[in-house]
Design a binder for this molecule. Sequence first.
Ligand code: NIG
Ligand code: FE
Length: 407
Amino acid sequence: MDLVLKNIGLLATPTGTAARKGAEQGQITLIENAAVGIEGEEIAYVGRSEDAPAGSEVVDCGGRLVTPGLVDAHTHLVFGGWRQKEMARKLAGESYLDILKSGGGILDTVRQTRAATEAELLEKGKALLETMLAHGTTTVECKSGYGLTTQDELKQLRVAKKLGECGPVDLVHTFMGAHAIPPEYKDNRQAYIDLVCDEMMPAVKSEGLAQFCDVFCETAVFTIEESRYILGKAVKHGFLPKAHADEIDPIGGAEMAAEMGCISAEHLIQASDAGIRALGRRGVVACLLPGTSFHLGKDYARARDMVAAGVAVAVCTDFNPGSSPGLNLQLPMYLSCHKYRLTPAEALCAVTLNGAAAIGRCESIGSIEVGKQADLVLWDAPDLDYIFYRYGNNLVDRVVKRGRVMR
Ligand code: NIG
Ligand code: FE
């Protein structure tokens, strides 16, 4: 073997190549005194430490916890500037949607992203990804949606593509031209929607810049009908659909996401009972974003009801400059136990295998099994509960990415 991790106190991983839903989400594999053997970029041995094969490089894990690398299946990673100036308005009582309606919020980041060069966005993105990796995240989904012109959406997506090519963190890409109506189309919504569908989508596809397409289906952003239209076009152009649904107002976004056959639906704080059932029936992964509830002071999504309805739950950061400016997936992990009341086993599955399912990567990542990509986290922790119990400091000891020990 090229690399052997031995003396793992506890190895904790979900298993399989599909999302785990219902009771299965909490059924994970635990191996005490474990070892993992790696050949090249792949896992080639998982078992007891005393039976471990010899390795050219051996890491003594010193009794630590090892889990799969974290999969952050929902981020808005590439953007210009920040939005700390909004804090004063929020503290004075203005809501997220009020700020957006007045031309701030997402539209403020749009201005800053349009003004940024590709090189600037690339440098910034590299630093952000370095921080994510240091906190255990080995795969990141990355949305556009801060350009809102064809050129600026392509610019964002080209930067994201380069970030993925630079490594070591793997990226998957989502086109989200339907993130807001830009000011220049304020009085002509349909013209902007046509631009997204008939000009941006083919341009993004012809450059091979994104596999997924997302839409912000929300009051004062894109209606249910508009979202259905946009995602219908996206499917025709060869994208796999996703939707920001029922984040702020309960408008039937979950039902729409299920009806459109989305691979995942995002936020779902206000999803109705019928919407949750529909997600379960259609096998749509729920990407829940507790860091956003935390930062915006909103309710928390009904994760327990979703698990009970057989919905596969993933937990992600939603990293973005407005509603969730945190890169460290460990805070959402903590919140998913303490606010959603997921068990540590369910929450682990949510940030590994079910995250991978939300981005169509379950075959290759999300669990520690022979044949999967060798993405692992060594935690400064003696057991699984510990990483959902401590908060506020980085609990990662080292990360193994594609078979390489990163730090
Ligand atoms: O997922 N809700 C829409 N989009 C992002 C926020 C983007 C922003 O505020 O810049 C989200 O929360
Ligand atoms: Fe988001």
